[in-house]
Design a protein around this ligand. Structure first.
Ligand SMILES: NC(=O)C1=CN([C@@H]2O[C@H](COP(=O)(O)OP(=O)(O)OC[C@H]3O[C@@H](n4cnc5c(N)ncnc54)[C@H](OP(=O)(O)O)[C@@H]3O)[C@@H](O)[C@H]2O)[C@@H](O)CC1
Ligand SMILES: Nc1ncnc2c1ncn2[C@@H]1O[C@H](COP(=O)(O)OP(=O)(O)O)[C@@H](O)[C@H]1O
Ligand SMILES: [K+]
Length: 494
């Protein structure tokens, strides 16, 4: 069984580091292991006798650089150590590591990066505090301008470990060696692009060590595979749930059918499209296994929901941006079923997020905005919109609404009201196609219909949707997605 992969925030990494030291491993030993892993990675990138420039910063990231420099010099590399700051001002483990470097340390402004076969970027790691300026920024810009391959130590310098944001400027690395665990900044954009291929070195710090605060994970099957629905021998269709998808008007029915088909493919025992009277004909002409009911506005939805068997509801795709949509959302919330709100169901609350403030009463709820819908929904809430970190924005939105928030994009973040969050990484730009989000909504609603908890359903849905799209690749259209689900499910359930 694969375990969930934690992505510690910088302060949690410091806690794990301190726990390892308290348990008996000196900090210098951790640094030596880190530097060793960097040197091994460098030797895989550099030709024999290579000219390696190690750019070392003023903290422990620089300390790792000193250790790697000494090891590489002992392995026939021609190493230049270029230091940002004064050697005498190094402290703690970094000062101890620097003492073991026999060569000179030239000022980083004098480093000939464009003559290097490989640059090792050990300027800043998890201790980056503010935007790069002056000499630090110039060093980064000169490294990038050199066009030479770069191996980053822990993080590309200038990338914020917690958010993946560029702090003023950042090193564009080909590879990154990080320690104990990947960090959110390796998965979130733009950090993911700057880090290149990321390798995790075990240096004796337990990434699963209990650290305080929120939990962040990579969205991999280890996080939710055990919670995937598996029909029992004696299951009948009602055990597998009944998903209700609301359709838009006569010229806007496709989105609901895409979602409905995806809900059926992911295993919801029954799926019904609830259609306005004027669209019944067009929906009827195109539905087979998916069932159809007439539904005339909020009153119609209220009447349908007297049937308790509809246990998961999906509202939003092509439903229209207006008060009637808000009224239907209110009916759905009061019905206390598993609820997924997407697209127009979110945009209809533009600037009215306070109406969704903790209204779900503990019933499973998932919101699936893309960045535009997110900005509209939370207009007037700078505390939610302003953090530069997508992870933090999704977390705050989840805490505010009490719903699981899926903030979509290439680096989709799934955040739960209790603070858990996952970052997705198996997507493909081919998913940026009309109707793709509607399909995602159907997948997640269909998983909730089968009693999968909301956070796990959202994480699994995002992963399965992305895997389906990535497996197909060029030419993907939303109509393809539902029929690609079985192939992904077969692998996950085997
Ligand atoms: N934790 C672990 O498990 C292990 C960690 N290890 C390694 O330690 C790294 C973390 O080390 P760290 O905490 O010393 O921070 P680091 O990234 O070197 O930067 C701090 C220095 O940079 C400076 N500085 C910051 N921002 C700046 C800016 N914008 N512009 C200019 N200066 C700036 C800051 O100065 P100050 O803010 O104090 O003025 C301080 O001097 C980690 O990434 C990993 O590589 C491994 O050795 C083994 C185990
Ligand atoms: N560049 C990308 N890489 C990976 N996934 C993407 C990318 N662009 C969009 N997606 C995914 O495609 C889906 C698009 O959903 P959405 O924006 O709601 O589109 P639509 O409304 O057209 O269905 C989301 O799941 C999103 O995460
Ligand atoms: K670095």
């Amino acid at each position: 069984m694969t375990r969930p992969e934690p992505l510690p925030l910088a302060y949690q990494m410091r806690q794990a580091d301190a726990a390892a030291i308290a348990a008996g491993t000196p900090g210098l030993t951790l640094m030596k292991r880190a530097g060793h892993a960097v040197a091994e990675a460098a030797l895989r990138m550099a030709p024999p006798g290579a000219r390696v420039v190690v750019a070392a910063g003023p903290g422990n990231n620089g300390g790792d650089g000193f250790v790697a420099a000494a090891l590489l010099a002992g392995r026939d590399c021609r190493v230049t150590l270029a230091l940002l700051g004064d050697r005498e001002r190094l402290r703690g483990d970094a000062a101890l590591a620097a003492a073991e470097w026999q060569g000179q340390a030239i000022p980083v402004r004098e480093a000939a990066f464009d003559e290097a076969d490989l640059i090792v970027d050990a300027l800043f790691g998890t201790g980056l505090q503010r935007d790069l300026e002056g000499e630090a920024r110039q060093a980064v810009e000169r490294m990038n301008a050199s066009g030479r391959p770069v191996l980053a130590v822990d993080l590309p310098s200038g990338i914020d470990s917690d958010s993946g944001a560029v702090r003023g400027a950042a090193v564009l690395a080909q590879r990154t060696v990080t320690f104990a665990a990947r960090k959110p900044g390796h998965l979130l954009l733009p950090g993911r692009r700057f880090a290149g291929t990321v390798e995790v070195a075990d240096i004796g710090i337990d990434p699963h060590a209990r650290t305080s605060g929120v939990e962040t994970f990579a969205n991999s099957p280890g996080l939710w595979r055990e919670a995937l629905p598996r029909p029992g021998l004696d299951s009948h269709k009602y055990d597998r749930g009944h998903t209700l998808v609301l359709s838009g008007g006569a010229t806007r029915t496709g989105a609901a059918r895409l979602a409905a088909r995806a809900a059926l493919r992911i295993g919801s025992g029954l799926v019904t499209v609830a259609s306005p009277p004027e669209a019944l004909g067009i929906n009827a002409a195109q539905l087979t296994a998916v069932m159809l009911r007439g539904c005339d506005g909020p009153e119609g939805l209220y009447a349908i929901l007297k049937d308790e068997r509809f246990n998961a509801l999906l509202l939003g795709p092509a439903l229209g941006v207006h008060a009637a949509t808000r009224a239907m959302v209110t009916v759905a919330i009061h019905a206390r079923r598993s609820l997924l709100l997407d697209a127009d169901a979110l945009t209809s609350f533009e600037g009215l997020a306070s109406e969704l403030h903790r209204v779900f009463h503990g019933a499973p709820a998932v919101l699936t905005p893309h960045e535009g819908e997110f900005a509209r929904l939370f207009k007037g809430h700078p505390d939610i919109l302003d953090p530069p970190s997508k992870l933090e924005r999704a977390r705050r939105a989840a805490a505010y609404t009490g719903a699981v928030v899926v903030l979509k994009g290439m680096d989709t973040v799934i955040a739960a009201p209790d603070g858990r969050a996952a970052i997705n990484e198996n997507g493909t730009p081919y998913l940026a196609t009309a109707g793709s989000g509607d399909t995602l909504g159907g997948i997640v609603a269909g998983l909730m219909a089968q009693h999968m908890p909301a956070f796990e359903a959202a994480c699994a849905g995002v992963f399965i949707h992305a895997a389906a799209g990535a497996g197909f690749g060029p030419g993907l259209i939303a109509e393809d997605l539902a029929d690609l689900i079985p192939g992904v499910l077969r692998q996950l359930l085997s």
